[in-house]
Design a protein around this ligand. Structure first.
Ligand code: DC
Length: 213
């Protein structure tokens, strides 16, 4: 069984997907973490964020493991390192390169074939798991999404302002939605949830109820 969950940054996907997976006893697949790990690796190697032979080589060699909590890149735990604003930006940039998406596709599908999974990202319902039994598109207004991301960043004591978060998010959404390769889009058969004013419990409950009945 696959529950596909897409939506823009800050829509509440990760929190909801994690909780739904835990309540259903399914695995949780955070596909954004894969793009983030690839972006981190490319930055460390000083690569141009383009379809170059070096980028293809890196993608062919890269080993990313995700156990539902920690992200391991070539044997190193990069769970924290991939969450910086810098890597958020570069993950969005690298994810627009078609060959990068293509090379991360089998990895994602393999997870879905091997177990029941709640998979979260931008193209779960449209490209990676078009036949998923359940599809959701989680959304929230830009202000609400920026507010959530701001609170999240603030817990880590960064000195980013609310305006910077809003601007960074706007640019990232624009890039993720306008790219040619698997843009952020609601699948025609996905259930749309606007999460403004809804509690996490409420959203999780409605999804779990539908999947289990
Ligand atoms: O969900 P996230 O914020 O961790 O994702 C980081 C970036 O990765 C996001 O800006 C776009 C990209 N991404 C993608 O293109 N496709 C996915 N399935 C997941 C993430």
């Amino acid at each position: 069984m696959i529950v596909a969950m897409d939506g823009p940054a800050g829509a509440g996907k990760s929190t909801v997907a994690r909780r739904v997976a835990s309540q259903l006893g399914y695995s949780y697949l955070d596909t954004g973490a894969l793009y983030r790990a690839a972006a981190l690796q490319a930055r460390r190697r000083g690569l141009a964020f383009e379809d170059t032979p070096e980028m293809r080589r890196m993608m062919a060699e890269i080993r990313i493991a995700f156990d539902g909590v920690r992200v391991i890149l070539d044997g190193e735990d990069v769970s924290e390192a991939i969450r910086s604003p810098e890597i958020s930006h570069y993950a969005s940039v690298i994810s627009a390169i078609p060959v990068v998406r293509q090379m991360l596709l089998p990895l994602q599908r393999r997870v879905g074939e091997a177990q029941d999974v709640v998979a979260e990202g931008r193209d779960m319902g449209t490209v990676v798991f078009p036949d998923a039994e359940f599809k959701y598109f989680l959304d929230a207004t830009a202000e609400e999404r920026a507010r959530r991301r701001f609170l999240e960043l603030h817990q880590k004591e960064t000195n980013t302002t609310m305006e910077q978060v809003l601007e960074e998010m706007r640019m990232r959404d624009e890039r993720d939605s306008s790219r040619v390769a698997a843009p952020l889009r609601k699948a025609a058969d996905a259930v749309y949830i606007l999460t403004d004013g809804m509690s996490v419990d409420e959203i999780v409950e409605s999804i779990v109820e539908r999947v289990t009945t």
